[in-house]
Design a protein around this ligand. Structure first.
Ligand SMILES: NC(=O)C1=CN([C@@H]2O[C@H](COP(=O)(O)OP(=O)(O)OC[C@H]3O[C@@H](n4cnc5c(N)ncnc54)[C@H](O)[C@@H]3O)[C@@H](O)[C@H]2O)[C@@H](O)CC1
Ligand SMILES: [K+]
Length: 507
């Protein structure tokens, strides 16, 4: 499933019409019919339904939906918001079909008092006022109508986008329909995965309107949602004749006297994700935290100063026997550390997280040309802000474009965490992760994910599949936990102990 901006969707629509040969009239018929079929499965024969229609093609979809609802015998009032002469092009074609099919409508400008009563007494409102064509602040009368819709007790079902909401990141908006559900046409728009926009969608589904994949590819769509089927298809299987070396040998570098637990979580998560062998490189004084909680791991005790590992012991590490390393969890920031020196000559997978990102930010330029092996960074928005020199607000407003820019500039795979984690490769491909819940917003979650990424990245032919699977399964385990527990009380350790069940559910 692709994720698009409004502009990209327009290009894809245009390609489908001009190059594939499906007319806009057919696309609109498909859109309205696909949306109707979903609406029909939600409403009941007793429902009273108001369809609100705007001037553009979103309104055109509304005419098809309204025609289908009326033909099926649902109690449906159709409200055309703009003056009739404003309805042009393909929307006009579907308005004429609606009228010639013998159906009637109300005009908002003629009967505002009846409109107010209809809005307050309907059980469902179908919002087809504005879609991807919205620009700027809502003009009258849409501003007033949106307020009224948001105050009504009706269940609001928006089509494509809640009216007033932009489709892409970093677009300001003041007002939009707060939908209970949104039926998104063909491909989710970026704002479905960004807050605060995402709250306006309510629950959402997509409706296939018949646009071929080729149109997305031809128009350069590069963002997708990672699907469960893709995860299943790329999960590694244990070979009958495999041995521990077959499933990766990883080194976890982290921990300090102030933060001894992080490295233990990372190590345990790597083991539960199937890594063959894992070693924790940590200050000698905290070795017991790992040996006591992850008996299967080995330790590499290192010299420390003020409780944190020092540069000399890290640059002296012999990495040649490891397939990959994760660095950062709980390691502290007191001593300057050069990761480009630590990993110089190492061509295995490197995952950098937490305090590791602090050290990385200090010498970013050294990473511009990439390394011999893949590098994955896993920043939360605060860490991404520091890496990019932006504010957290800027990062949150531009999650798609900033990730893409950074991944390309520093040749790293960026896992930008948050509700809907986004994974971006240096060549600009992007995946939105659909799993996870607010229970993961807790210390230790990131350390766990880092261990999972290291382990999964070492077990798939393409490390990227491992990264995407780790992000998906981390969220899935948390989602499974909240079936029976309160999301506020789940911990990173719970997530690690859930991994065997989450993995089994995908096999
Ligand atoms: N182009 C296509 O091939 C298809 C488009 N589809 C639908 O078409 C929609 C996009 O259609 P349009 O590009 O016509 O755009 P919209 O239908 O979103 O809206 C355009 C209209 O909104 C008005 N408008 C814009 N900003 C406004 C504001 N701030 N306040 C008040 N009015 C405002 C414009 O004057 C224009 O009349 C999609 O969201 C989707 O629902 C579907 O029918 C499927 C096929
Ligand atoms: K809409």
């Amino acid at each position: 499933m692709y994720v698009v901006t409004g502009e990209r969707m327009r290009q894809i629509d245009r390609f489908t019409m001009d190059q594939v040969g499906i007319s806009e009239t057919t696309l609109m018929e498909n859109a309205g019919t696909a949306a109707y079929l979903q609406i029909e499965s939600i409403v009941t024969p007793e429902s009273s339904i108001a369809v609100l229609i705007g001037a553009g093609n979103n309104g055109g979809d509304g005419f098809v939906i309204a025609r289908r609802l009326k033909e099926a015998g649902f109690d449906t009032d159709v409200w055309i918001i703009p003056p009739l002469e404003k309805i042009r092009g393909t929307a006009r074609v579907h308005m004429d079909i609606f009228i010639r099919s013998g159906h009637t409508f109300f005009q908002y400008e003629d009967s505002q008092a009846i409109f107010d009563r209809a809005i307050s007494s309907s059980t469902y409102i179908i919002d087809t006022m504005l879609g991807t064509g919205v620009k700027g602040a809502l003009k009258a009368p849409y501003d007033r109508i949106v307020e009224e819709v948001n105050c009504s007790r009706a269940e609001v079902i928006a089509v494509d986008l809640p009216s007033g909401l932009p489709a892409e990141e970093n677009e300001p908006f003041e007002q939009a329909v707060k939908a209970c559900r949104t039926i998104i046409l063909q491909a989710p728009k970026e704002t479905a995965f960004l807050y605060p926009y995402a709250e306006y969608y309510g629950e959402w589904t997509t409706a296939d309107i018949g646009i071929p994949c080729k149109a997305f590819e031809a128009c350069g769509a590069r963002s997708r949602v990672r699907t469960e089927n893709e995860v299943r298809a790329s999960l590694p299987y244990r070979k009958a004749d495999g041995h521990k070396g077959t499933y990766g040998k990883g080194l976890v570098i982290g921990g300090s006297e102030q933060m001894p637990g992080a490295v233990s979580l990372t190590t345990r998560a790597a083991l539960r994700t199937g890594i063959g062998l894992v070693t924790a490189a940590l200050p000698a004084s905290i070795t017991a935290t790992v040996t006591g909680t992850a008996t299967e791991a080995t330790c590499l005790p290192l010299q420390s100063n003020q409780g944190e590992m020092i540069s000399e012991s890290l640059t002296g590490l012999d990495l040649s026997s490891y397939d990959g390393a994760a660095i950062g969890p709980g390691m502290g920031r007191s001593h300057p550390l050069s990761f480009s020196r630590i990993f110089s000559g190492f061509d295995g997978l490197v995952v950098i997280d937490a305090d590791g990102l602090y050290h990385l930010a200090e010498e970013l330029n050294a990473w511009r040309d990439g390394r011999g092996g893949p590098t994955v960074i896993t920043p939360h928005p605060g860490e991404m802000a520091r890496l990019t020199g932006k504010t957290i607000e800027d990062v949150e407003k531009n999650r798609f474009s900033l990730s893409r820019q950074f991944a390309s500039e520093y040749k790293m795979t960026v896992v930008l965490k948050g509700a809907y984690t986004i994974v971006t490769t240096p060549d600009g491909r992007q995946w939105v992760n659909p799993t996870g819940n607010p229970g993961l917003a807790k210390g230790g979650s990131g350390d766990t994910l880092t261990g999972m990424i290291l382990a999964a990245g070492l077990q798939t032919d393409d490390f990227l599949d491992g990264v995407l699977n780790a992000v998906y399964i981390h969220g899935l385990a948390a989602d499974q936990l909240i079936h029976e527990r309160d999301e506020a009380s789940i911990t990173a350790s719970d997530v690690i102990e859930q991994l065997p069940f989450a993995l089994a559910s995908l096999r």
